[in-house]
Design a protein around this ligand. Structure first.
Ligand SMILES: [Zn+2]
Length: 373
């Protein structure tokens, strides 16, 4: 999950969370609908009605974005890809699917169901608008707005710039033709960056035309798209560099085991400062009890280092995510990122073989990228 987000529970078994930045966009949309859009369109509405319809529209807009993401996530899960959850944030929603699709066909379907669900929602709200027209003006206004915004959402996501849905569709097609995922990603990302620059250009042009709020917003989206395109491409490139390499190749085996009753004072002065190592397995005989890192030590105030022993502050084995020696480096790196840690113990059964550190993975990547091998 993205940092600073709060959970809304599970829908269809998929964890849903809201990032704090989403509150900004929620307030902005409600404010512009209730305070400006509806009062201008329907001047005879009392302000309370405009605000109520504004709030309801804003909430349903949020539900619409969620439906779009649920479509992606549900298909991904049905195809056997791990889905960590959905996060709603300032630019909409994102499905955290932790593995790349395995085939071009899979990617094509996964990408397309999002915009498709937005268009279906647009159709449903359009029907509601037609039905409500003669009965209730507020309901008609509400459904007209949601029909248009969902159609817009579907269309925006179909822009063929990776990592937007349309860019994923483009990548799936290129991938299907070339049979080369990395090449396909490179081209789809380049188109994505082109689209991003176009957004920035249009945004700047709008700002100079006096429409500065809209212009800034469009430029901001362009900047976000540019970042996303570069990050996604880099991710695929890194994945290619790591494919075929296993944890055992770069794990460090010179781990210095610590006894569980060692005090932090002794640890810091006799081990950490002397060796510069940042991570220690805590062992009792042959048995691994847990892992101690610099981070654990920092949670204890200095004056208590003399009286605190390592087993009190270590991360116990049962709470540790571990990797096997033959696990692929890419999936190990993903696990590290998912857990928010910088090292993982490498275990075979109950035996500790070594420690895999994020630094070593990054050095491995840099060396290979630099040599072009
Ligand atoms: Zn989508």
């Amino acid at each position: 999950m993205m940092k600073s987000s709060f959970s809304l529970g599970r829908i269809l078994g998929i964890p849903v969370a809201v990032h704090v930045s989403w509150l900004v966009i929620f307030v902005l949309i409600t404010w512009s609908l209730g305070g400006s859009y509806f009062p201008h369109q329907y001047p005879d509405w009392p302000p309370a009605l405009a605000w109520a319809v504004g709030l309801a529209t804003s909430l349903l807009f949020f539900v619409s974005v969620l439906v779009h993401e649920l479509a992606h996530s549900a298909v991904a899960r049905a195809k056997g890809l791990p889905v960590r959850g959905i996060v709603l944030f300032i630019f909409g929603g994102v499905s955290e699917i932790t593995e790349e699709p395995r085939t071009a066909g899979m990617e094509f379907t996964m990408a397309l169901v999002g915009p498709l669900s937005s268009f279906i929602l647009a159709g449903l709200f359009a029907v509601l608008w037609l039905a409500a027209g003669p009965v209730s003006q507020p309901l008609a206004a509400f459904s007209l707005y949601l029909a248009s915004i969902n159609a817009l959402l579907g269309a925006f996501n179909l822009i063929p710039g990776f990592p937007l849905d349309g860019g994923r569709v483009l990548r799936a097609i290129l991938w299907g033709i070339s049979r080369n995922l990395e090449e396909a990603t490179r081209w789809a990302s380049l188109v994505g960056q082109g689209v991003a620059y176009l957004f920035i250009l249009i945004g700047v042009w709008q700002v100079f035309g006096g429409n500065w709020l809209n212009g800034l917003w469009i430029a901001f989206i362009g900047w976000f798209l540019d970042n996303a395109a570069q990050t996604s491409y880099r991710q695929v490139a890194v994945q290619r560099l790591l494919t075929g390499h296993a944890v055992r190749e770069i794990m460090s085996q010179d781990c210095e085991p610590l006894p569980p009753r060692l005090t932090l004072e002794e640890l810091v002065h006799e081990h950490v400062l002397a060796t510069g190592r940042r991570c220690y397995p805590v062992m009792e005989g042959e048995q691994v009890r847990g892992l101690l890192t610099i981070h654990n030590i920092k949670t204890v105030p200095r004056e208590r280092w003399g009286t605190t022993v390592v087993e009190e502050v270590m991360t116990p084995l049962e709470k540790l995510k571990t990797v096997g020696p033959n696990q692929g480096l890419w999936s190990a790196l993903e696990e590290m990122t998912a857990e928010g840690v910088n090292q993982l113990p490498v275990m075979e059964g109950h035996r500790l073989l070594g420690i895999l550190a994020r630094d070593s993975v990054l050095t491995f990547i840099h060396t290979r990228a630099e040599l072009g091998v």
